[in-house]
Design a protein around this ligand. Structure first.
Ligand code: CMC
Length: 447
């Protein structure tokens, strides 16, 4: 295969500065210890505790990793207080406005925006690897018609490791490059199969003369009996949504990809684990939950206050889906862009979706409510994305699949960075809270 310009020779950036004048002091049991402070290229700071246990016998504990930096990464920067999100230094606002999803994928994976020649080669490689092995179809055909598309997606991506067994073990740069292209090219093809099956329609083959988003839309919506013309408004909206989802530093699914990959598991298995992690309703699965929640509010007479009250009542077990974020404590810049895009897309397509009004009402009520203000809970990327997906004709149970297609370049970039930086196997420690050592009692003697 053609190597993609000079992309493979790019070395990952590493702007980490270690200033020995910046030391954190810790006093434990009357003894003083010193630990270096690390500063990133956007001045965020960390205490390097990698020698803590060796020196003191203590570990740190941080359930949910709220305060733990798992890695140094040169891919994505986000500042939750200021609402900043940059991919490789470029702001999400600029990229969403001026770039394309594949260009952003290239940027994330190889570290720089491509030249025209590099991009043409990259796109060509992807276009010519969209076809999926027919034996994968046989596996797919064994899934029940009502299987959730996320379960199918993660299974089939995992199955790719059986179709490309050379991904196991040490891979040359060229072999890894081919696996990356295969993932980017085939994920949309596989993703459309579940929808087609759910409709009782034959699956469509990719059309290599179409661009990435148009090809996906064509595989979703064209029928053997009628030609499907890709609406440029729909294709542009999809392009924007995919860019907004393309990476988000060390979130749950990305950390999963890096952790699984740190055992040197192959790229397909690592990405498949990421897809499974994304499916959860607290992560990417929230976009499906949001629309179902908005529909429920509509069916219940549109009383948004009732649902705000329920979300505030801890005993209800109900959360306002699409609200709150582990890192963003001011606003989610992706949500701002998506909210505006939802308005634009619905206007351009002439769609009047009553749940958009409910979403706006709910957002306004929550942002004025002391509970949400105090806890800094704002709409996140999932709050308005479903409304756009719906306007594009994507069914609700495919929303998280759309998130996965968008996040794929981020997962790949993070997996690649982790392997190139030769990161050690991920293996957190714990504080044991079970029974202390005790003697085994024979079953016949147990009471
Ligand atoms: N509705 C009601 N209360 C909430 C919500 C919510 N959506 N989110 C957080 N809270 C409350 C929570 O009960 C807690 O209250 P208290 O301090 O009284 O115990 C406080 O806010 C802090 O919440 P937390 O669960 O400790 O925060 P976290 O950082 O661990 O969780 C979150 C972040 C995204 C999992 C959470 O906000 C949530 O469950 N949101 C709804 C699901 C959702 O929309 N997920 C999509 C996230 S964005 C897409 C992605 O990248 O995954």
């Amino acid at each position: 295969m053609t190597p993609i310009g000079s992309a493979l020779s790019l070395t990952p950036f590493n702007f980490i500065l270690i200033s020995m004048s910046q030391i954190a002091e810790l006093t434990l049991d009357g003894k003083k210890y010193e630990f270096p402070i690390i500063e990133g290229s956007e001045q965020e700071k960390a205490i390097d505790i990698s020698k803590l246990r060796d020196q003191t016998g203590y570990i740190t504990i941080d359930s949910g990793y709220k305060n733990t930096g798992a890695t140094k990464s040169a891919i994505t920067f986000l500042d939750g207080e200021e609402g900043i999100l940059n991919y490789r230094g470029y702001s999400i606002e600029d990229l969403a406005e001026k770039s394309s999803f594949l260009e952003v994928a290239y940027l994330l994976i190889y570290g720089e925006l491509p030249t025209e020649k590099q991009f043409a080669e990259f796109e060509h490689e992807i276009r010519t690897h969209t076809l999926v092995n027919e034996d994968m179809r046989k596996i797919f055909e064994g899934f029940p018609v009502n299987a959730h598309p996320m379960g199918v997606l993660s299974s089939l991506v995992s199955a790719m490791s059986a179709f490309y067994p050379d991904a196991n073990g040490q891979n040359s740069e060229e072999a890894t490059q081919l696996h990356i292209i295969r993932l980017l090219a085939k994920l949309p093809t596989i993703a459309t199969w579940s929808y087609k099956k759910s409709q009782g329609h034959p699956v469509n083959y990719p059309q290599n003369d179409l661009d990435y988003c148009s090809n996906f839309l064509n595989m979703m919506f064209s029928l053997p009996v009628a030609k499907y013309n890709v609406d440029p408004v729909v294709s542009a909206a999809l392009n924007k949504l995919l860019i907004l989802h393309a990476d988000h530093e060390q979130n749950c699914s990305t950390s999963t990809v890096r952790l699984v990959g740190s055992s040197h598991a192959n790229i397909f298995s690592s990405i498949s684990s990421g897809i499974s992690a994304l499916w959860g309703p607290l992560h990417g699965g929230a976009n499906q939950e949001v629309i179902e929640m908005l529909e429920a509010i509509k069916a219940d007479g549109g009383d948004t206050q009732k649902y705000i009250n329920m979300a505030k009542d801890k005993s209800s077990g109900f959360r306002l889906f699409g609200f709150g974020h582990r890192v963003y404590k001011n606003f989610d810049p992706r949500a701002r862009i998506i909210k505006k895009a939802a308005d634009d897309v619905l206007n351009k397509l002439g769609i009047n979706d009553p749940v958009l009004e409910i979403a706006q009402k709910l957002e306004k009520a929550a942002l004025e409510d002391e509970y949400f203000v105090q806890r800094k809970l704002y709409p996140n990327v999932d709050f308005y994305s479903g409304i756009i997906y719906r306007a594009l004709g994507i069914p609700t149970n495919m929303f998280t699949v759309m998130f996965a297609i968008g996040r794929l370049p981020g997962w790949i970039a993070q997996w690649k960075e982790m392997r190139e930086n030769k990161e050690p196997i991920g293996r957190p420690r714990q504080i044991y809270t079970g029974a202390p050592k005790r003697d085994f009692v024979l079953m016949s003697e147990r009471k």
